[in-house]
Design a protein around this ligand. Structure first.
Ligand code: RIB
Length: 287
């Protein structure tokens, strides 16, 4: 039986406006379009992993609203197990305001809502098995990550932390993380503010957008370039990378091959608008 990918993370409805350039503080600008997409780092990663062929469980929190129904339909359509999704009564499903400019750069403001009310106690019962991969990001309470990662390590599963958005982390989370995947901003933040040493993880994967990835592994640094593409919208590219990375590791692929596969997938995702809709299928980047 294939190993399972457990994605712990957010579900967020993204309202994406395309605009010629970002407004300056105090300035209003007319957007060219506005669209509503399903997203959130957790859901994006889960969809990317499922479309790469993995068995996936999404562990997150939704409100009791129309957006929550949309997410449940999406997860079912993608074949993602949602039995561990929590319903929160005191807050709505998360929302984000996203601007994408003509240079295919984005700015995101997230209102986490239900995501930050996810409870940790239910996570101590997750049926994580040896060889599974548990991937988490930071739009949910850190206590949830601690509980799930602690369980994962006790069961012989691998843990992947996508430390986004950058924030002060409980030191124990670093200790329970096998694979750490910061982007440029996050790598600088964690090395400066929390003195994170790339050598302490099984792998430290520094993603650099169109600049590719620097993989720190066994005291070596390997630079892996990204394919040249025509970028449209970078939203969710990092999530695509993390989802496909986790799926590839769960499948038993070697670390470097997994990183190369994840880069190919993420490069495709930036050629399409939105987060969930931009996640490619494995046929698009395998073979
Ligand atoms: O990483 C992109 C995601 O971050 C968006 O889908 C948005 O919802 C935010 O969570």
């Amino acid at each position: 039986m294939a190993n399972r990918v457990w994605v712990l993370g957010s579900a967020v409805v993204d309202f994406v406006s395309t605009i010629d350039r970002f407004p300056a503080p105090g300035e209003s600008r007319i957007a060219k379009s506005v669209e509503r997409f399903l997203g959130g780092k957790g859901v994006n990663q889960a969809v990317a992993a499922a479309r790469s062929g993995a068995d996936v469980s999404f562990v997150g929190a939704l409100g009791l609203d129309d957006a929550a129904s949309d997410f449940r339909v999406l997860l079912a359509e993608e074949g993602i197990d949602s039995s561990e999704v929590q319903t929160v009564l005191d807050a709505g499903t998360g929302q984000a305001t996203i601007l994408v400019n003509e240079d295919a750069e984005n700015m995101i403001a997230i209102y986490p809502g239900a995501n930050m009310m996810m409870g940790a106690s239910a996570l101590s019962h997750l049926e994580i098995d040896e060889g599974d991969v548990v991937v988490a990001s930071l739009e949910i309470p850190q206590e949830c990550i601690l509980t799930a990662f602690d369980l994962a390590k006790s069961r012989g599963a691998m843990t992947v932390l996508n430390p986004a958005p950058a924030c002060e982390l409980e030191p124990m989370i670093f200790a329970l993380t096998d694979v750490f995947t910061p982007n440029d901003t996050e790598s600088k933040f964690y090395q400066e503010s929390q003195k994170v040493d790339p050598g302490k993880f099984t792998a430290y994967i520094h993603t650099q957008g169109s600049g590719g990835v620097t993989l720190h592994h066994k005291h070596e640094q390997i630079k892996i370039p990204a394919p040249k593409i025509e970028a449209v919208d970078p939203t969710g590219a990092g999530d695509c990378f993390n989802g496909v990375l986790a799926a590839s590791l769960a499948k038993g692929m070697e670390l470097e091959a997994s990183v190369r596969r994840a880069i190919r997938a993420a490069s495709i995702s930036v050629t399409r608008p939105g987060a969930v809709p931009s996640m490619p299928n494995s046929e698009e980047y395998d073979g």
